[in-house]
Design a binder for this molecule. Structure first.
Ligand code: PLP
Length: 465
C-alpha cells in the first residue's frame, strides 16, 4: 500500500520510470508490432488478492505494456495528427489527478470553473478570435461538434426536439472531405446520417460554396429544413481550408448554424502570419480546435468556442433537486455547456502549458516545426522516387511514390511502418493513395526529420520503386 509516509518515495520511482521512458524513446520502435491478444494473454486472468509493490507494476510496464504501445510522443511519430504531450502538461495532469475534482458545477470547485473561464479567454485572445466568442473545454473535437449540432438542432426546432423527439427532415452539410465525427454526430443527434449532405469540393479539396447553396436550395424546395453547416479549417486528409467567408454568407442568408471544425489547424491561429486561414470566422456560430493535437497539452483538451451561450445552455441545462445551488445563474456551471455531468479539471494542464511555455514559447515551437516540415517537403520534392502532392503547409506534407501504380506507395508505407523506425499514415487524394507526414511532435528535431528522409530513401530503394 502507498501511504502518506512512503508516497514521495513511490512517486519518485514512477517519475524515474517516466524520465527513463522519455530519454530512451528515440531507441524504441515507434509503432508496436504485437499481434492481437499478445498483451491480453500476458495479463493474469484474475486481479491479485494482495497488494503489490509499485516496483513490480513498473517491471510489468516495461515487459508487458511498452511492447504493446505505439509511441505517440516519439519524435518519429509522423502519422495521423499528433496527440502531443509535454513535460509541462504531464505535471499539470499529475496535479489534476491529485486534486481529483469533479468540475460539474461552480460550487464543486470554483477554481476549476474560473480557471477554465480564464483559460478560454486567454486562448481566444491568443488565437485572435473576434469579440463575442465564449469558450468551454470539451473532451474531444468529436464531442464539441456533437454539441454544436445539437445546439443547431434545438435552435432550428424552437427547443422542442429535446422534449418531443427529433422531427423528420432536418439537414446538415459538410464537405465530402470532412471528418467522420460529423457523420457520427448527425447520427447521434437523431437527425439521421442520411440527412448529412456531403458537398462537393474544388481541386484543392475545399468545400464548393456554389454546391453548398444549391444543396440548401434543393432541400428547401423539397420541404426539408437546413440546420447546420460544418466547415473544415484543415481537413484530416489534406488540411484543406474551406472558404469560410463565402460559406458564412450562405449560412446567414438561409439562417443556418455555422460550426467550424479546426481540430488540428486551429492552433495555427496563434501565429499572426497564419490568421488568414480563419478569415470569416467572425461570422461563425461555433468553432472547435484541439490543444491536445498541436499545442503540447496531453489528451484530452478540446476548446469549443460559441457566440451565443444562451442557446448552448438552453440546449443542455437540466436541474434536478440534488444539483440545485445558490449560485446557479450567477456563475458558469459548465455541466450545462456540454453533454456529461462529470467533468475533469482540464484547464489546469492548459494553464501549466501556457505558463510554462509562454505564448511566445509555443509560437516559437510551432514555427520551428513548420520550418522542419518545409525542410522535409523540400527533400521529398528533390527525390527521384517520391512525388510531393501539395506544398508543405502547417507542419504537414502529402506525397506518394512517383510510380503510377498505387500499390507501390502502399507497399512503401507498409515496409516503413513495419520497420518501427518512423510511423506514417495515409489517405486518398482524388481517389489516389497518398502518404501523410507531419513534423509536429512536441520534441521533434532536425535529426528526426533527417532520419525520416533517410528511412524513406532506404525503403524506396528496397521496394524497388
Ligand atoms: C482529429 C480530428 C477530429 C477528431 O478529433 P477528436 O478530438 O479526436 O474527436 C475532428 N476533425 C478533424 C478535422 C480532425 O482532424
Amino acid at each position: 500500500m502507498i501511504t502518506q509516509e512512503n508516497f514521495k518515495e513511490k512517486a519518485g520511482q514512477v517519475v524515474e520510470w517516466i524520465d527513463h521512458y522519455f530519454k530512451r524513446l528515440r531507441e524504441l520502435p515507434v509503432k508496436s508490432t504485437v499481434k492481437p491478444r499478445e498483451v491480453y494473454d500476458r495479463i493474469p486472468a484474475q486481479a491479485p488478492l494482495q497488494g503489490e509493490d509499485v516496483g513490480a507494476i513498473l517491471d510489468d510496464m516495461d515487459s508487458i505494456i511498452l511492447p504493446g504501445i505505439t509511441h505517440w510522443q516519439h519524435p518519429s511519430f509522423h502519422a495521423y495528427f499528433p496527440a502531443n504531450s509535454s513535460y509541462e502538461s504531464l505535471l499539470g495532469e499529475m496535479a489534476t489527478a491529485a486534486i481529483g475534482a469533479q468540475c460539474m458545477v461552480w460550487e464543486t470547485s470554483p477554481a476549476a470553473a474560473e480557471l477554465e473561464e480564464r483559460m478560454t479567454e486567454w486562448m481566444a485572445s491568443a488565437a485572435g478570435l473576434p469579440d463575442g466568442f465564449k469558450g468551454v473545454i470539451q473532451d474531444s473535437a468529436s464531442s464539441a461538434t456533437l454539441v454544436a449540432i445539437l445546439t443547431a438542432r434545438e435552435r432550428a426546432t424552437q427547443f422542442t426536439s429535446n422534449f418531443d423527439g427529433v422531427p423528420q427532415g432536418l439537414r446538415v452539410y459538410c464537405s465530402s472531405e470532412a471528418h467522420s465525427s460529423i457523420e457520427k454526430g448527425v447520427g447521434v443527434a437523431g437527425i439521421g446520417r442520411n440527412n448529412l449532405v456531403k458537398i462537393a469540393t474544388d481541386a484543392a479539396q475545399r468545400m464548393s460554396p456554389e454546391a453548398l447553396e444549391k444543396a440548401i436550395c434543393d432541400d428547401l424546395a423539397k420541404g426539408l429544413k437546413p440546420v447546420c453547416v460544418v466547415a473544415a479549417m484543415g481537413t484530416t486528409g489534406t488540411l484543406a481550408i474551406d472558404p469560410l467567408t463565402e460559406i458564412a454568407a450562405i449560412c446567414a442568408k438561409y439562417n443556418v448554424w455555422l460550426h467550424v471544425d479546426a481540430a488540428f489547424a486551429g492552433t495555427a491561429m496563434l501565429l499572426p502570419e497564419y490568421r488568414h486561414i480563419c478569415r470569416g470566422i467572425e461570422q461563425a456560430d461555433s468553432l472547435v480546435f484541439n490543444p491536445h493535437k498541436w499545442m503540447f497539452v496531453n489528451f484530452d483538451c478540446s476548446l469549443y468556442f460559441v457566440k451565443d451561450t444562451s442557446l448552448l445552455i438552453r440546449t443542455f441545462d437540466i436541474l434536478p433537486e440534488y444539483l440545485k445551488t445558490a449560485t446557479h445563474g450567477t456563475v458558469n456551471d459548465y455541466r450545462d455547456w456540454g453533454i456529461p455531468l462529470g467533468r475533469r479539471f482540464r484547464a489546469l494542464k492548459l494553464w501549466f502549458v501556457l505558463r510554462g511555455f509562454g505564448l511566445e514559447g509555443i509560437r516559437q515551437r510551432l514555427r520551428e516545426q513548420i520550418t522542419l516540415n518545409e525542410y522535409f517537403a523540400a527533400q521529398v520534392a528533390q527525390s527521384d522516387e517520391l512525388l510531393l502532392l501539395k506544398p508543405a503547409f502547417l507542419g504537414f506534407t502529402l506525397f506518394r511514390a512517383k510510380a503510377d501504380d498505387d500499390a507501390v506507395s502502399e507497399k512503401l508505407l507498409q515496409a516503413i511502418n513495419a520497420s518501427g523506425k518512423i510511423y506514417l499514415s495515409h489517405t486518398k487524394v482524388d481517389g489516389r493513395f497518398a502518404i501523410r507526414f507531419h513534423a509536429t511532435q512536441t520534441y521533434v528535431q532536425k535529426e528526426d526529420i533527417d532520419k525520416a528522409v533517410d528511412t524513406l530513401q532506404y525503403f524506396s530503394k528496397q521496394t524497388g520503386l
